[in-house]
Write a protein that binds this ligand. Sequence first.
Ligand SMILES: NC(=O)c1ccc[n+]([C@@H]2O[C@H](COP(=O)([O-])OP(=O)(O)OC[C@H]3O[C@@H](n4cnc5c(N)ncnc54)[C@H](O)[C@@H]3O)[C@@H](O)[C@H]2O)c1
Length: 378
Amino acid sequence: MAKEIRIGLVGYGFMGRTHSNGYKRVGDFFPELQSRPVLQAVCGRTEDKTKAFAEQWGYKSYETDWRKLIARDDIDAVDICTPNDQHAEVAIAAAQAGKMVLCEKPLARTTQESLPMVEAVEKAGVPNTVWYNYRRVPAVTLAKQIIESGKLGKIFHYRANFLQDWTINAELPQGGAALWRLDAAAAGSGVTGDLLAHCIDTAIWLNGSITDVSAVTETFVKERMHTLTGKVEKVGIDDACIFHCHFANGSLGLFESTRYARGHKALYTFEINGEHASIRWDLHDLNRLEYFDHSDESIVRGWRSVHITDGDQPYMKHWWVPGLSIGYEHTFVHQVADFLRSLEQGAPCPPTFRDALETARVCDAVLKSAAERSWQNV
Ligand SMILES: NC(=O)c1ccc[n+]([C@@H]2O[C@H](COP(=O)([O-])OP(=O)(O)OC[C@H]3O[C@@H](n4cnc5c(N)ncnc54)[C@H](O)[C@@H]3O)[C@@H](O)[C@H]2O)c1
């Protein structure tokens, strides 16, 4: 009989749905796991909407106050899917109540706000993880394995982009339900904490620590109507950010993110150039890994486009047959599976809160560098 991990989900928007899907599907596709998540309760602020979500997704109960959810003794793990300003208070209270904590990224709005979260989970000794889910795209996990095997040799360059185009319209308001990402008070920052945080997490995982950064940011639309106040207010987020950096292994990094790249919806790409080989990946074609190996015979040497669907490639033996793809939602199923496995093994499930603190530090250094027009150590 599998051990039940009773989940209390806080926030039922975009991420609330991806996580719920992960909890529901993991047992069918990872039957070897000794524990299984139970959709025990969902928490939202509006009763009718929260109740409707609970009924649609199969949660056994619902709450309209996260404090009540945390106080319940039939909840083992609290999963935080609220806007960034709502992470710290919930995570710290959940850890103090002895609950496992799964938190959406970024950990919080700043390093200063993130640090007590790390201290709280470590003091309570509760399992914790942060949903930097792109690590669990099979092609990205394979990139990690290839790098660790030493096939790339010495790494010289790491480059990443995360480009979108949904905030170009100056009439778009800031703040409130769907637009909290444009409100610095709720989000903490703009593309740096939202999109570059993903790129930084992957980069640190694949290529090690970032030591110092030099950045430029821009806010193209300086004022927007605020949904909550009804007034036109200064925009406090970065609409675009470009930074370059040094990694501890001696390689150079180049990162760009914007929500003003007309034509791009979620173009997350990275490329790593090593002495012997290079790798590149593109979220829009997430099951492919492009690979160039200089040791190939010269007459056929070139970039290979490897379709990551085979059973010996990461995670894929759990899904269909070779040649058939999986998608974005599977990364969340993988994170649930890895979290449950980590519980069985008594091991951390990376990225932990402490791992995510390193990304927060890089984000803070990037924003400080842009504000002060100077290099910043991380
Ligand atoms: N891992 C990823 O790829 C990824 C993608 C998108 C968002 N995120 C992160 O997930 C988090 C949520 O983003 P989203 O896109 O799901 O946002 P969303 O706006 O779709 O959903 C947020 C939910 O939180 C609820 N909420 C807000 N305050 C609350 C409170 N005090 N108590 C209970 N519920 C509350 C809202 O009503 C809403 O249901 C953010 O931190 C974001 O950065 C991560």
